[in-house]
Design a protein around this ligand. Structure first.
Ligand code: FES
Ligand code: FE2
Length: 396
C-alpha cells in the first residue's frame, strides 16, 4: 500500500448537480415546442413497399400509429385505437375501401371516414358522425411521407434536385439502414435522441479523430487532415465548408448541409468528387430513439448502402471490438438516451453544433409565436430544393 494524498480535491465526482437535458430542443411529442415545430414539415414514415394489406405499427414523433394499404392501393395512417371502443386496428383486416376493426367490424377509410357499422341498425345510420383520427400521406421516391401538423398550414412535399436526376444505369435506393449512424443495414432503430445524430452532421472535427486516428482509418486517410471550417446559416438551415490541403498538394472543399427539420446531406466519405448522391432524414421515433431515412443514387445492381471497406459490419462486432474501434454509433448512443446538456463544455470546434442549436431554437420559438418555420414550401410550382453539398477540388 502506498501513501497517496491527493493535493487538490476539487472536481471530485461527489456532490455534482443532477444533470438535465434541453427539453426545448430535443422533445418531440405532441404539444411540445419542438414537436409542434417538426409537425409543420412532411416526414418520411416508412418504405412504400412495406405498406401492404397487413397493418403495421409505426411510431413517429412519439405517436403510435397504424399504417396499411387499402385494396385500391391507397396508403392510410390512422390512430390505432378504434373510435368505437378502442381495440387496436393492428388486428383489423384490410378491404378494398379501408380497414375493418376486428371487434365489431367498423370499417374506416384511409382518411378515417367510418364507412360501415355492421352491428348497428341499417349498417350505422350515424356513422358519418364518427371519424377515426388520421394523417395525410403522399408517396415519392419509394417512401411514404406524412403530414402530422395543423391542417391549415400543410406545406408542399419537396422534391430534391439530386434525387430528381437519376442517370441511366442508376436507381434510387431507399432505406432505413442505420449504417450512416454507425450501425448496420439490418439495424434500423438507433437508441438515442434524434438531435445527437443531426448535430453530428455539423461537427467536422470528429472525423479526423473518431473516424481516422482513434479507430483507424474508417473512411480514407485524407479525412485525417485537420480541416479549416467555415460554418454559415442558410435560409433553410446551415452548412459548412471544410477545406483541406491534401498531402499530394490538392485542395478540397467539402460542403455538408443540414436543413430543417432534420435533413442531413453529407458528401461521399471516400472523398469522391462531385455533388452528394443522396439525402438523409434523422426521423425522431420518440425522445430516445430515431431512425434514419436515406434516399441515395446507386448503380442499379446495388441493394445496400455503400459501406466503406474499412468499416467492419457493426452488428458482427463484439463489445470489445466496439471499444477498440468505436464509430458514430458508439459516440452518439454513448452520449445517452438524451444527452445531458447541463454537463457539456462546448469549445471552439463546436461552433457548428452551437449554431445549429441556436437556429433550431429560433425556429421552435417562431412556431410558438405563430409564425411559419424556415424552409417550408407553399407554392407547388417552387417545390424543388437545390442542395449544394459535395466534395469539390479547387482548381490550381
Ligand atoms: S372496438 Fe372497433 S368496432 Fe368495436
Ligand atoms: Fe461520423
Amino acid at each position: 500500500m502506498t501513501d497517496w494524498v491527493p493535493i487538490d480535491l476539487s472536481g471530485m465526482a461527489y456532490g455534482r448537480k443532477p444533470p438535465t437535458h434541453d427539453a426545448l430542443l430535443t422533445e418531440v411529442g405532441p404539444g411540445t415546442p419542438c414537436g409542434e415545430f417538426m409537425r409543420r414539415y412532411w416526414h418520411p414514415v416508412t418504405l412504400s413497399e412495406r405498406v401492404t394489406a397487413t397493418p403495421q405499427n409505426i411510431r413517429i414523433l412519439g405517436e403510435d400509429l397504424i399504417i396499411f394499404r387499402d385494396g385500391k392501393g391507397r396508403p392510410g395512417l390512422l390512430y390505432p385505437r378504434c373510435a368505437h371502443r378502442g381495440t387496436s386496428l393492428f388486428y383489423g383486416k384490410v378491404e378494398a375501401e379501408g380497414i375493418r376493426c376486428c371487434y365489431h367490424g367498423w370499417l374506416f377509410g384511409v382518411q378515417g371516414h367510418c364507412l360501415d357499422q355492421p352491428c348497428e341498425p341499417g349498417g350505422g345510420q350515424h356513422k358519418d358522425k364518427v371519424r377515426q383520427p388520421w394523417y395525410p400521406l403522399q408517396e415519392r421516391y419509394g417512401m411514404v411521407w406524412a403530414y402530422m401538423g395543423p391542417p391549415d398550414r400543410m406545406p408542399v412535399l419537396p422534391r430534391w434536385d439530386i434525387l430528381e436526376q437519376v442517370e441511366p444505369g442508376y436507381k434510387l435506393l431507399v432505406t432505413h439502414s442505420s449504417l450512416y449512424a454507425g450501425g448496420d443495414d439490418d439495424v434500423e432503430l438507433v437508441p438515442c435522441n434524434w438531435l445527437q445524430e443531426w448535430e453530428n452532421i455539423m461537427d467536422p472535427f470528429h472525423i479526423p479523430i473518431l473516424h481516422t486516428s482513434f479507430s483507424g482509418v474508417q473512411f480514407v486517410p485524407e479525412m485525417g487532415v485537420m480541416p479549416s471550417v467555415n460554418w454559415e446559416y442558410t435560409g433553410s438551415g446551415m452548412q459548412y465548408t471544410a477545406y483541406r490541403k491534401l498531402d499530394d498538394g490538392r485542395e478540397m472543399d467539402r460542403i455538408t448541409v443540414a436543413m430543417f427539420p432534420y435533413v442531413r446531406i453529407v458528401p461521399n466519405v471516400q472523398l469522391t468528387e462531385g455533388p452528394s448522391g443522396g439525402v438523409g432524414w434523422v426521423v425522431p421515433v420518440d425522445d430516445t430513439n430515431h431512425r434514419l431515412c436515406i434516399i441515395m443514387k446507386v448503380p442499379e445492381s446495388v441493394d445496400r448502402l455503400p459501406r466503406s471497406p474499412n468499416l467492419r459490419p457493426w452488428s458482427k462486432m463484439t463489445p470489445e471490438e466496439r471499444q477498440m474501434y468505436p464509430g458514430d454509433w458508439e459516440a452518439q448512443v454513448g452520449q445517452g438516451p438524451v444527452t445531458q446538456h447541463s454537463e457539456e463544455h462546448l469549445a471552439t470546434s463546436d461552433k457548428g453544433v452551437a449554431m445549429l442549436r441556436r437556429t433550431l431554437a429560433r425556429q421552435i420559438k417562431a412556431v410558438q409565436d405563430g409564425q411559419d418555420p424556415a424552409g417550408l414550401i407553399f407554392d407547388a410550382a417552387q417545390d424543388l430544393v437545390r442542395v449544394p453539398a459535395g466534395n469539390y477540388f479547387r482548381k490550381g
